[in-house]
Write a protein that binds this ligand. Structure first.
Ligand SMILES: *Cc1c(COP(=O)(O)O)cnc(C)c1O
Length: 230
């Protein structure tokens, strides 16, 4: 299967999942998680109509930018972001999905202010409360979202989550439902219902994420094939 065929097949599954949930398929965006895939693979995904490409590593993103890998599609940053790399991502990625601490938010604010722009971001929820994973816990996220309103050069547009690795079919559905509830509550109570993006769901579970309310899914291997681990 080619990248274009894979994207076509995923779009059909997205449409079906949306309709089954009584949702409009057009409100759900497909972000290609293109880590470990080269510039040609990125271009193939863009030619096939992917809504955005998401990178995990600043160095890889910078190298592929130099090869014009993302021309024609929005570039997102979806990976763990270190504070000393924020400068390279602000103003380059149109959306940062993975804001996992207030310290990181402060640095994004600082760099965005310097550049005279407003950076769109999502706050990452560590919904499983896993110690080895970054993000705000379900208990912290509300207060974090409240604090984030003070940053004039950062615009919070929603939430993102990566649930625990789950082997049971539909095992992540409770996590998706939980983050979806947080998303609705925070948008309504703190952001005047302005949230747009609930980023959750990957190759193995995006249908359940859509059932729970995702408006953005991040799909890697189902588009690009299996990658080597790094
Ligand atoms: C790699 C990655 C994905 C996609 O994972 P697949 O299982 O390959 O679809 C989604 N989100 C993030 C943050 C990733 O790093």
């Amino acid at each position: 299967m080619s990248i274009a065929e894979n994207i076509q097949a995923i779009r059909e599954r997205m449409d079906r999942a949306a309709r089954e949930a009584g949702r409009d398929p057009k409100e759900i965006l497909l972000v290609g998680a293109s880590k470990m895939n080269d510039a040609d693979a990125c271009r193939a995904a863009i030619a096939a109509g992917i809504d955005a490409l998401g990178e995990n590593r600043v160095q890889e993103m910078t190298a592929k930018l130099a090869q014009h890998a993302y021309d024609g599609a929005p570039l997102h940053f979806i990976g763990h972001l270190q504070r000393n790399k924020v400068r390279q991502v602000v103003g380059t990625a149109s959306l940062i999905h993975s804001v996992s601490s207030l310290a990181l938010l402060e640095e994004i604010q600082r760099q965005a202010e310097k550049r005279g722009l407003v950076q769109d971001v999502l706050l990452e929820v560590n919904v499983g409360g896993e110690e080895n994973k970054s993000g705000f816990s379900s208990q912290e996220i509300y207060a974090a979202a409240e604090s984030a309103r003070e940053f004039a050069h950062v615009r919070v547009l929603g939430l993102m989550t990566i649930p625990p690795v789950e082997r049971e079919p539909h095992g992540n559905l409770p996590y998706f439902t939980k983050v979806s509830q947080l998303y609705v509550d925070i948008s309504r109570n703190l952001y005047d219902n302005s949230f747009k993006y609930l980023s959750m769901g990957m190759s193995d579970d995006f249908e359940d994420a859509i059932a729970a309310g995702a408006t953005m899914i991040r799909v890697g291997s189902a588009i690009f094939g299996h990658r080597q681990y790094y």
